[in-house]
Design a protein around this ligand. Structure first.
Ligand code: FE2
Ligand code: FE2
Length: 125
């Protein structure tokens, strides 16, 4: 659930920068993936709460279904980003645009994979 800010940083910082270069199809596909993950993560979180009243067998079936989808599709999503989307970004974005992306990322905030410079900045506060 905490990793949600990762998708958010991509959507609010990186994708708009790419879209300015008319790279819109890969970002649209990635956004669609994110929304499929969100739906399932929220459902998984919801049914994992102690106060839910589901039958255990139903619970088990749903957890497995959601878990399998998330692990399988997330792996392929990360593969597509690492090998296609981020590669395009490295080719088309200028240093100034990367600075802008970084500022927008800092504004959204980070999760378990916080960049070192941001960690240092947070310790100073
Ligand atoms: Fe993503
Ligand atoms: Fe990503």
């Amino acid at each position: 659930m905490e990793a949600e800010s990762h998708h958010q940083r991509e959507e609010e910082a990186l994708f708009p920068a790419l879209e300015k270069h008319d790279i819109t199809e890969p970002t649209a596909i990635m956004k669609e993936d994110h929304s499929e993950f969100r739906k399932r993560k929220q459902r998984l979180f919801q049914i994992s709460q102690a106060d839910q009243t589901m039958e255990f067998t139903d619970f088990k079936v749903e957890v497995l279904e959601l878990g399998k989808y998330i692990t399988r599709e997330l792996e392929s999503h990360i593969f597509k980003e690492d090998n296609i989307l981020y590669q395009i970004a490295l080719q088309v974005l200028s240093t100034e645009e990367w600075d802008e992306v970084k500022r927008a990322c800092d504004q959204v905030g980070y999760c378990c994979f916080t960049p070192e410079d941001q960690e240092a900045a947070e310790h100073q506060h």
